[in-house]
Design a protein around this ligand. Sequence first.
Ligand code: ADP
Ligand code: MG
Length: 251
Amino acid sequence: MQLLKLGGSAITVKGGYMKANSGSIAALSKAVAAAWKTGVRDLIIVHGAGSFGHALVLKYGIGNGVVTMEEQKGCRETQEACEKLSSMVVAALQKQGVPAASIPPHSLIISKNKRIETFDEKPVLECLTEGSLPVLYGDMVMDSELGFSVCSGDQIIAFLAKWADRVVMASNVEGILMNGKVVPKITSKNFAKIRKHLSGSKSPDVTGGMAGKVAELLKVKAPIYIVNAAKPERVTALLLGKGAVCTEIRF
Ligand SMILES: Nc1ncnc2c1ncn2[C@@H]1O[C@H](COP(=O)(O)OP(=O)(O)O)[C@@H](O)[C@H]1O
Ligand SMILES: [Mg+2]
């Protein structure tokens, strides 16, 4: 089983407001289709929300809970926006001949204080059994403490990683950078040094950019590859188990 994260920074214009990057969605769908046609079937895609999520969460101030009617309205609008983005991703995959199906995380997950508490895995597994490609995404989910809260695509990846032999994270950078250069491999040996070079995103972001991403992935046992989504051939290569410019993380 492989997990592929399509970063919100890659599939949307992150500084915009509900602005998709259709070219990138199409190119990444082709990259996935190339792997699919070569026989990579045991795959789950999780995508970020980018400017369909972060921008709305900031607009409505719902990053720390949903209580008032205005916040409820903002939450619903954010869920709707994320679903819309997911529908674009699924349509692009289907156009390339990949039988993708969107599974809204807010119908599977209950969080407690922003952390996943329960996750109904059955629809995801059923989707795979049927031969389809499940597509999940960063979403606003019910939260037993906060009403609703943001559940990042990265957190969903980390949760599902127990099934994975490989996790490919396509983002808007060449890999994890240290002093402007891609770090080829991160292990427990060099992690302390590299950690100091991780920070948030430059765009409006509520889930912590690269620092947040790596923090989510600390417990993942499978190898993780941080790769540039703007180089879709690298994404295909990694899905096929081949090498590509990226950062490999093995904790
Ligand atoms: N050491 C680092 N290496 C690479 N990117 C970093 C680093 N530190 C911070 N970042 C920031 O993290 C961003 C990627 O995180 P994010 O915007 O959340 O992407 P995604 O949409 O893929 O989740 C990069 O664009 C960069 O601005
Ligand atoms: Mg992110």
